[in-house]
Design a protein around this ligand. Structure first.
Ligand SMILES: [Fe+2]
Length: 119
């Protein structure tokens, strides 16, 4: 089992606590690509009245972005742009929720990329 932080207040936090948090985060972050793909697969079969499901739509969007010469970050965002729809379709804040989910995923991807680049 991984080490765990023991503090309950930040003013009691030790270097060992921070090391435990960072170690845990780094281990969890390694699973991000698989979690993103699992989440993307949740769009499979969600047609919503259209003739392609949301997964196909996202793949088409990313493919078109790639064919249009967009950079990798743009293509990834195109791929994931509807990933939040499974949470927000019935609420008024759906667009902002989708953007928030994609932003969070993109941020995690960037952090993972940065972490991997410095190793
Ligand atoms: Fe879309």
């Amino acid at each position: 089992m991984n080490k765990q932080a023991t503090f309950t207040r930040f003013d009691e936090c030790t270097k060992e606590d921070i090391d435990a948090v960072i170690e845990s985060y780094n281990a969890f972050a390694k699973g991000l690509p698989a979690r993103v793909l699992d989440h993307l697969r949740l769009l499979d079969g969600d047609f919503g009245g259209f003739n392609v499901d949301r997964l196909q739509h996202c793949l088409q969007t990313a493919t078109r972005a790639h064919h249009d010469g967009k950079d990798e970050e743009y293509v990834v965002c195109a791929l994931l742009h509807d990933i939040g729809d499974i949470y927000g379709r019935s609420v008024k804040c759906k667009p902002s929720l989708s953007v928030a989910v994609v932003f969070c995923l993109f941020n995690f991807c960037c952090n993972l990329h940065i972490n991997n680049s410095t190793v």
